[in-house]
Design a protein around this ligand. Structure first.
Ligand code: ZN
Length: 428
């Protein structure tokens, strides 16, 4: 399948500032084959799309989340973290069946595609169903079976992880990749983390872990092991692997130096951190050290949507307010974090930039909107003013998944019906 998009305005993300006006973008199969000035094409295309008045950019990469938690959206709000988890989320999660996770994930994918997300990184359980949903929907996914290292489920989790990685790595025409997911330092004791590291050596996939999300976590780990969660992971050798750390809210200067030294990538989840009262991650300090920071929504029970435009805007706003400095996290930095940097953070080399040889994961935004007029600065528009409803086209791996608001691979009505019915059963 060959597609040509004509006369679009392209934000390439190749560097932070490059915008090409009246550009042609050609896609051959799964890959972008041309980005540049309009030209007379001699070759034939299967589809030609008019890009006039549209902004074309890489799709958003959601670097950290728990997709099926859409089923708990608005079920547990405005609660302290431990009440949220112990009284609401864990009891409801205990009732989850495979089919629930499938439909909860489908609901998440539906929402994410409509919000311009072309890749999501997920940590949950019943991951075969998550992978099936991603494979069917056509979205790119980086999937992790979450592991709790205490109790009787620990062993089973390791076995399932190994099976999951062996079954799904590279499936869906390469759209699905996998990681190993020890949940967090406070749920995974050292002996268990060593088991994960052994498994990691044989499977050679990255590790995805929650790190320093709350002050309480730092206090618990410091009390138990005498060091911060970051130093704890370093001391047992885990940071020598390829690691994505989610949250990283409560870090010391030493912790940040360690993350840099070990090339750990970070998923920043501003909406979730604010809503759960966890705090504000020191993102300007991570960026100034050259650490790769992507953006994530976390699960819909602590956000409560999966809209990466909102995360991007929060990122560009909260650090300015927090530091009382309007120059902190520019619109360009926020957009890069939601796309190119997030792709890097989840270890996808061919995603996040609109350029030849990159995967054709792109979206188009309609600029003919009151809130996007006039067009002094298109990147500022994307970060500070654009809305998901401005998105007119989503292409993933060269396949158009959303066009003029219509989904090509998903039955929206059926997904909403199934998710609604199943969610009600879980909280009865
Ligand atoms: Zn999380």
């Amino acid at each position: 399948m060959k597609t040509l998009i004509r006369e679009a305005t392209v934000v390439t993300l190749q560097d932070n500032h490059e915008i090409i006006r009246d550009a042609d973008v050609a896609v051959d199969g799964q890959t972008i084959s041309y980005v540049g000035p309009q030209k007379l094409w001699e070759e034939n295309f299967d589809r030609v799309i008019n890009g006039q008045g549209k902004l074309l950019l890489p799709g958003f990469v959601n670097a950290h989340g728990h997709a099926a938690m859409t089923l708990f959206r608005s079920y547990a709000d405005d609660l302290p973290l431990m009440d949220w988890l112990e009284k609401r989320i864990w009891p409801a999660e205990g009732k989850l069946k495979r089919e629930d996770v499938y439909w909860g994930t489908m609901l998440a994918i539906l929402e994410m595609i409509k919000c311009g997300t072309t890749t999501f990184s997920d940590m949950y359980f019943f991951m075969d169903q998550v992978a099936e949903a991603a494979e069917e929907a056509g979205i790119r996914a980086v999937l992790t079976r979450g592991l709790i290292g205490i109790g009787e489920m620990a062993e089973k989790g390791l076995e399932e992880s190994e099976q999951f990685v062996k079954t799904w790595q590279g499936r869906g025409n390469g759209r699905i990749t996998t990681m190993l997911g020890p949940h967090a330092p406070y749920t995974c004791p050292p002996e268990f983390l060593r088991r994960v590291m052994l498994l990691q050596e044989s499977l050679a996939v990255p590790i995805h872990i929650h790190l320093a999300e709350t002050k309480d976590e730092v206090e618990r780990i410091t009390k138990e092991y005498g060091v911060s969660p970051t130093v704890f992971l370093k001391n047992i050798g885990l940071l020598e692997r390829t690691v994505l750390a989610a949250h990283c809210v409560h870090l010391s200067e030493e912790d940040m130096d360690i993350l840099k030294e070990y090339n750990v990538s970070v998923a920043h989840n501003p909406g979730s951190n604010l809503k759960l009262g966890s705090g504000i991650a020191p993102v300007p300090d991570l960026l100034s050290r050259g650490i790769t920071v992507g953006l994530g929504t976390d699960g819909a029970a602590s956000n409560n949507n999966l809209d990466m435009m909102e995360e991007m805007r929060l990122t560009a706003l909260i650090h300015k307010g927090n530091r009382m400095d309007p120059t902190v996290i520019s619109a360009r930095e926020a957009l890069a974090m939601a796309t190119r940097e997030s792709a890097k953070a989840v270890f996808l080399e061919k995603v996040g930039i609109v350029a030849p040889k990159m995967k054709a994961d792109i979206i188009m935004v309609d600029l003919q909107r009151p809130h996007l007029t006039p067009q002094h600065d298109l990147v500022a528009h994307l970060v500070y003013a654009a809305q998901p409803s401005d998105i007119t086209m989503v292409m993933i791996n060269g396949q158009i998944i959303l066009e003029n608001g219509q989904l090509t691979t998903l039955d929206e009505e059926k997904i909403i019906f199934q998710a609604q019915q199943r969610a009600l059963h879980l909280v009865q």
